[in-house]
Design a protein around this ligand. Sequence first.
Ligand SMILES: *Cc1c(COP(=O)(O)O)cnc(C)c1O
Ligand code: SF4
Length: 433
Amino acid sequence: MQYRPYTLKNYQKISKLKSLPETASFDMNVVGRVLPFKTNNYVVDELIDWDNYDKDPLFAINFPQKRLLEPEHFELVSGLLESGADTGTIDRTVDEIRQGLNPHPAGQLDFNVPVLAGNKVSGIQHKYKETMLVFPAQGQTCHAYCTFCFRWPQFTGMSGHKIALKQSDIFIEYLKHHPEITDVLFTGGDPMTMSAGRLEVYINALLESGPSNLRTIRIGTKSLSYWPYRYLTDNDSEKILELFRKITDSGLHLSIMAHINHYREMSTDAFREAVKRIQQTGAVIRSQSPVLKNVNDSSDIWEKMWIDQVNLGIIPYYMFIPRDTGSHIFFSIPLIKAYDIFRKAFSRVSGLARTVRGPSMSALPGKIKIDGIPDINGKKYIAMSLIQGRSPDWVKKPFFAEYDENACWINELKPAFGETSFFFERDEFKSVD
Ligand SMILES: *Cc1c(COP(=O)(O)O)cnc(C)c1O
Ligand code: SF4
């Protein structure tokens, strides 16, 4: 299968091919100016149900639609396009809108850039003790872009919003200075958009010069959902699988962190065949996804997704709460609703699917999990704990917020019992970094 992208340059082809109404096409052009827009022939031809596209979860996560933007932002851009404004004016307006969409939530740029010999090393993040994130420069794109993506500034070319690593020797150097690191996680974008040859440079560096305490290589990827042919028919598919085998043969654990938002993504023959081939290399596939309004905000969907995953030998790993960025108005759901969806789905699946953790917010102090809605002396609260913390000492310590049925993120919650801050916001928090 030949990969063919669709972007703002040729999206009209899809409109014609699938007989979309004129308005849908216009909306794509307007919203696609602000949020990243790219999809491909696999998503268009094999995943989306075009008879019901306006309710289709895959359409919702791939295609720019009017509902993704605040009405006034939509009007602003559509007005400029209709009046034939010049590109400079459109670009300035679009940039202003983007700046207002919280392009780097949770201190991504300022807090997580590590320092080596006094210099900031861009292209890696080291937030939690055991795990280092690597953003290979050539992997900062995806086979299709998600409309909810919190990495969206990377794809829109917003200046100053790119994190990317160009040389593999810097991260090896960093690893050697940090023996506490056992896991290296390649992320992006999508590292699986790199050629086998490019990926091999990073992998070889780890296998040949990596420190002996390295246990696991993880690769975060959406390729199984957006381009399973990466493991089937691409020119270097076999080379990719050989590289995976080389990792597991070396004694390291290889974990493919598959980004799967809906069970429909797992329904094609190509997906299932790709999963099988990856598993034959000795790699383990784990799954993660945010819980998104208009896409997967029901416990039935998660229940089926986790059951199907276990069936295919995929280990359910994380349910995330979407970050407060980009098209938050379209996707975000209240924390208590996310918790309810998680609890109901979790209570209905086999123990083998209860490896999943969440719902979790990746916030500044760490991964904050909603643990429950306890009723204490006739009053409801929100109980939380950290799965991962900027300081390891913060992990698994229960803490409480006032009940709030509308809050969608930690910064909208108030500490319970009359306290003025959460424990991680006190003195020791400020001394970190
Ligand atoms: C989630 C995450 C990790 C990995 O955490 P695990 O609990 O080991 O899966 C590492 N670094 C960052 C910045 C993360 O957000
Ligand atoms: S695949 Fe991941 S990184 Fe790429 S657009 Fe989607 S959410 Fe963002």
